[in-house]
Write a protein that binds this ligand. Structure first.
Ligand SMILES: [Zn+2]
Length: 235
């Protein structure tokens, strides 16, 4: 059985828990061998990959099928390539955005400010390939979305988040501003304001100066998060 945390050499008869991990393993195998494979057949039951240079007479191929148990088994595997590859090839056909994002997820979980240069280094450490800045950018974007969700999902979960805040913080004030355009069925978000009960109660005891700070939310939408701060007599 294939164990993704301890990848082994691909062999005939090997079992995979699902098709996603099978495809990933075949891609990684090709990258490590400095060869390129391409899809020949892919259905709910069968997966077949061939060498991308089969037109050169290379017979490398791997065929797997789904068994009754739900597991995927490698039924046929011709593991040697006859093709020649340019060792300076830097396109890395099989090193796609999905594989790159998997390498980057642990780094982005530690810091969202993981630079493109650092992404390229991390991928090189894992696979020995130097990817382009564009691939690194797309891989980082995919990894970010896998960890934090995309912009649209974040905005659509905002009402649920505010609902939870209200449910667990009695006395909280939440105010929404949204508008409806005649040609769209859904509301358009303008802003949401909230203030917790202890800050409302404590406001009367504070000095009569209100500080305001804010930050831009960089990304798809040009929005800002603002915060109002007041200090009491103790500072
Ligand atoms: Zn080949």
């Amino acid at each position: 059985m294939w164990d993704e945390s301890r990848p082994a050499v691909l062999t005939k008869g090997m079992y995979f828990p699902d098709k996603t991990r099978l495809i990933r393993a075949v891609k990684i195998h090709s990258i490590r061998e400095c060869r390129e494979m391409t899809l020949s057949e892919s259905t709910m039951e069968v997966y077949k990959a061939v060498c991308r240079r089969d037109f050169m007479g290379c017979h490398w191929m791997l065929r797997a099928s789904k068994k009754k148990s739900g597991l995927w088994k490698v039924d046929k595997f011709i593991s040697t390539h006859k093709c020649e590859m340019d060792t300076l090839n830097e396109n890395y056909f099989n090193l796609d955005v999905d594989l790159i994002s998997l390498v980057l997820i642990p780094y982005l979980e530690v810091s969202i400010r993981f630079k493109i240069k650092e992404c390229i280094t991390a991928v090189h450490q894992e696979y020995g390939c130097t990817i382009t800045k564009r691939k690194a950018y797309l891989g980082r974007k995919r990894a970010f979305e896998l960890i934090y969700g995309d912009w649209d999902k974040s905005f659509s979960s905002l009402p649920r988040y505010m609902d939870a805040l209200q449910r667990f913080n009695p006395g909280i004030i939440v105010e929404w501003r949204r508008e409806r355009s005649p040609d769209r069925p859904e509301y358009i978000f303008n802003y949401v304001f909230w203030s917790f009960k202890p800050t409302i109660d404590g406001f009367v005891h504070c000095r009569p100066v209100i500080f305001r700070d804010g930050t831009h939310v960089y990304g798809k939408y040009d929005i800002k998060i603002l915060i109002a701060v007041v200090v009491d007599a103790n500072g």
